[in-house]
Ligand binder design. Structure first.
Ligand code: SF4
Length: 431
């Protein structure tokens, strides 16, 4: 039996890097420090994965040689006029880099999952900037934590125990910190907070603006804002302004409710105001383990964090026009390469309807709903379990994930599959 220490979890954006995994005969037999979600990934997912390269023949998906799937995929991409290359948030930065080169080569549209989650927050940061910090700074210094429109108690299970409630260098733990939860409903997170501020759905922008007014001691002419009594707003504003180090974590409840990027702009402005009185930071609760890395690699390579269109021969970025759901809903892409994502399971119906009409290539360890519609399915190794690679934690800290067991025979790392695909498309295009 072998014990692997400091294993990096490749599930959610917390990217916990302290797991211990025990292996025997190339099998994972136990884990330590992993949350329930991570345990599922390490102990169960490998048993339920896809082991076979598949090609659609006569309407059915049939087992095929790996080289044949890469050949078919290369022909589809080389022949397409405007292919979509989507996913990328559940894979390594090394893979994303190859994907971007491929997108430029085929003149396609490349987008990552932030397009349908924290995209509006990214747009807001592009407009007005942000004050941020590492999770380590939060752990060591924060005395006020606000979770706004997010529920780490269910989605980022170790976020609170590792960073916001843990003992830090200058904080002795839970008793040294105040936790406030702002949400439209009670959640497991709100139950462990010191304060729960229940707001009306869609009222985020109003409440954030009201908090800015309260911090500036401005008068209110109403009793409530977004369903929250003014007395409570003033109390919260006092708490924020008097904190020594405050951290506002926000989730899709803020970015995907009415107001979208304007909500995040208002949150950034609130944090900006607070920084004239104290130290306050803002951070999105990123979902996929490398969605932050996807934004970073897209930006290094193209100048833009998501929704990048190469059809003019140079990168263009105009979310709403060049974003995946909008483009699919208009029926523009004529082929799709989906890497480590399952758009059929979560995209709106018009987008899925058009996606189902075009040739689809899926590169993924699991047989997803999208894979069942695909023409080519290429299984891969699990990142952080069967192959190594770089990913970025939600606070922008890069971590290198380890290989702890060998992948099954037909399951190569997706970086390698993308490199083979890129090489073959170059040959077909005579580049
Ligand atoms: S909180 Fe997220 S990163 Fe940490 S162990 Fe659980 S799933 Fe993995």
């Amino acid at each position: 039996m072998e014990t692997h220490k400091d294993v990096v979890c490749t599930y959610c954006g917390c990217v916990c890097d302290d797991l211990e995994i025990q292996t025997e005969n190339q099998q994972i037999i136990a884990s330590k420090y992993a949350c329930a979600i991570a345990n599922e990934k390490f102990l169960v997912c490998r048993k339920e994965r896809n082991l076979s390269p598949l090609l659609r023949v006569g309407g059915d998906l049939v087992e095929a040689e790996l080289d044949d799937t890469i050949e078919r995929a290369a022909h589809i991409l080389a022949a397409a006029k405007y292919p979509l290359l989507y996913g990328w948030s559940n894979t390594s930065c090394e893979t994303i880099k190859v994907g971007l080169e491929l997108a430029e080569l085929v003149g396609g549209l490349i987008d990552n999952t932030s397009s349908v989650c924290h995209g509006p927050g990214i747009e807001a940061v592009q407009e007005v900037g942000e004050v941020s910090a590492t999770l380590g700074q939060v752990k060591h210094r924060a005395d006020l934590i606000i979770y706004w429109g997010c529920n780490p108690g269910s989605g980022h299970i170790r976020h609170m125990s590792r960073y916001t409630l843990a003992q830090g260098r200058f904080r002795s733990g839970r008793k040294d910190r105040k936790v406030v939860v702002v949400d439209v409903r009670s959640t497991p997170t709100s139950k462990v907070g010191d304060e729960f501020v229940k707001i009306e759905p869609g009222g985020d922008y109003e409440l954030l603006t009201a908090l800015r007014m309260a911090i500036r001691d401005e008068e209110f002419e109403v009793d409530k804002v977004a369903g929250v009594p003014v007395s409570k707003i003033e109390e919260l504003a006092d708490l924020m302004a008097n904190a020594q180090f405050g951290a506002l974590f926000f989730g899709l409840g803020l970015t995907m409710s009415k107001g979208k990027s304007e909500n995040v702009t208002a949150a950034i402005s609130l944090v900006d105001d607070l920084n004239s009185r104290t130290k306050f930071i803002l951070m999105p609760m990123r979902g996929h383990h490398n969605v932050t890395g996807a934004n970073k690699v897209f930006t290094w390579q193209t100048g833009y964090p998501f929704a990048v269109d190469f059809s003019h021969g140079y990168p263009r970025y105009n979310p709403g026009e060049t974003s995946v759901v909008d483009s699919l809903a208009r029926g523009e892409p004529d082929a799709a390469l989906i890497v480590a994502s399952d758009p059929v399971a979560n995209f709106p119906k018009p987008a899925v309807a058009n996606l189902s009409k075009i040739p689809i290539i899926v590169i993924d360890p699991s047989l997803t709903a999208t894979a069942l519609l695909a023409d080519v399915v290429i299984p891969t190794a699990f990142l952080g379990v069967e192959c190594a690679g770089t990913i970025y934690r939600m606070d922008g800290v890069p971590l290198y994930t380890k290989k702890i067991v060998e992948p099954p025979p037909n399951c190569l790392p997706d970086t390698l599959i993308l490199q083979k695909l890129l090489k073959r498309v170059k040959e077909l295009k005579g580049v």
